[in-house]
Design a protein around this ligand. Sequence first.
Ligand SMILES: [Zn+2]
Length: 689
Amino acid sequence: MAPERTPAASTASTENPFLAPSTLPYALPPFAAISIEHYLPAFERGMDEQLAEIAEITASAEPPTFENTLVALERSGSVLRRVSNVFFNQASSDTSEPLQDIEAEVSPKLAAHQDAIHLDASLFARIKALFDARETLDLPDDEALRLIEKYYEEYVRAGAELSAADQGRLRELNAELAGLETTFQRNLLADTKARALVLDSAEALDGLSEDAIAAAAENGRALGYNGKYVLSLKLFSNQSELASLTDRDVRRRLLEASLSRGFSVNREVVRRIVMLRAERAALLGFESHAAYAVGDQTARSVAAVEGMLARVVPPAVANARKEAEALRAANGGAEIAAWDWQFYSERVRKAQYDIDSAALRPYLELERVLQDGVFFAANRVYGLSFTERPDLTAYHPDARVFEVFDADGSGRGLFIADFYARESKRGGAWMNEVVDQAGLLGTRPVVVNNLNIAKPPAGEPTLMTFTEVETMFHEFGHALHGLFSDVRYPYFSGTRVPRDFVEYPSQVNEMWATWPEVLANFARHHQTGEQIPADLVAKMEAAKLFGEGFRTVEYLGATLLDWAWHKLSAGEDPGEDIEAFEAAALEKAGLALPEIPPRYRTAYFAHIFSSGYSAGYYSYIWAEVLDADTVEWFKEHGGMLRTNGDHFRGELLSRGGSLDPMRAFENFRGRAAEIEPLLVRRGLTAVSG
Ligand SMILES: [Zn+2]
């Protein structure tokens, strides 16, 4: 059914909930009143209104000032902001065919809209005039100065200084890329669903826990395979069930299904995307998309990223080879295939460290992890408290709304927790902001955390793996970055920082998951309430480094694939043989270990082909340098103390993008970042590289 497209009809202004500010607490979008036919008219209206607002700015007879140009730009586009925030959250968390149709239609239009603004010559002339005069302007503060600099940089990077002909080509490239990125994601979602592993009997699932088998049966029912057991695929390559499934052939089939995702549908899409990105980079004066992409990041240059990677690849590979030896020994000397790696890892972990991952799960019940772990830590470190608001409705029955309070009792924002997997949700875990904090607009933050935890049958508790627990803490770190935002301009709100910086606060928050005081508080048996046995914790600690070789190598494999695809020069055609390109790239990087596939292979690497991480997957380890150094700082300063949390919040978490991120880091740390804590953490110091 095609949504109605009457623009700005008189009824629309009273009925379309996006056209007026929300009257709910914290301007929470009125989700219950939003239906699918509201999106397109609101997008159209939002874009039209913003263009009209910009026309008014450029039509002004007054010379450009900070107020009449940049502040006016920051205020513009309120309808578009509201509808975009809600729509893209919905499109990732709870999509549907009609929603995907809207996304496919609107993505190229939004790209064109952005271009219309970036390539508006009279608007850019005003921004450039302000930039050139920035030292002599009477500006309210440093945030204002930075706003001028960032706007200027953004417009130049978007092509504002190109010739009219080149700008025309740029517009075409952006529109086509926006469409291709949507297609990639859509193809991937469908193919991931189609390649779920369907098994006839519970015996095939031998090794999985009872509740995991029940969940697979439930999944079968939900997907229309009555009486069968279905393992849906998670986004990354190595599916978590591989650690437990005893049937080697089932393991092989599961991993092969995972590794084959997307190749039948995304081959041509990938080829086209990387070629267009290279062409666009050349148009903008860069050697490759990678060079372009890192230009406004904290890394700044291709060489800086490659220098960092060169430091970690050799010792990581050496560690992984040592781990492989241990696994072969555990398998009676026989070779280990990729689908065996997790299974024998688990055995070695049991034998050498006496750890059984499954034995942990009864101590990791979701509600306790959230309330007595994640919220508890935020209370201890930052003084926050949380109250669930069942009276406030989110966009899906599984998404819960919490009000967040500061230590002085004042309301800080809303936190929406959406933890369960569903077919309509994309894979992975992420944070979204549905309302951005900005002093200028008087808005307070509303943030969302999405995880993909398998939903247990009704009435059963949700027992988590420790990795899932760490992911919950990680995403909450992003949530804190959004919730603590205390900036004036929406441009700098919360997590609007360089991509290679944004993972840093979230990684820091992971430290609390294993902090003894926190762990003791949340890791309690879901039936008996008994605390997690101390020896289990001690063993976990001892086993921490085991598997780092594998984890680092699978991560670096994906990083180097991302890098190789985006170092192509304009006109270089990688061809249709994605597999050959991948193999060559991994070989060249020294990461061709057949038993450790990259964490994401090309055809399902959504981060880089549809989620804005192109030439940016290196960001995780880049940010981890800052993270590990920050954890050291907390330890040096007495650990879990409010004073420490307040310092980190004041200098860093509250600042969003309003000052140079590396300066914020130095203000917090008292010096520039050092890499050693990261090398120690990942066990990369023993082998010289
Ligand atoms: Zn993250």
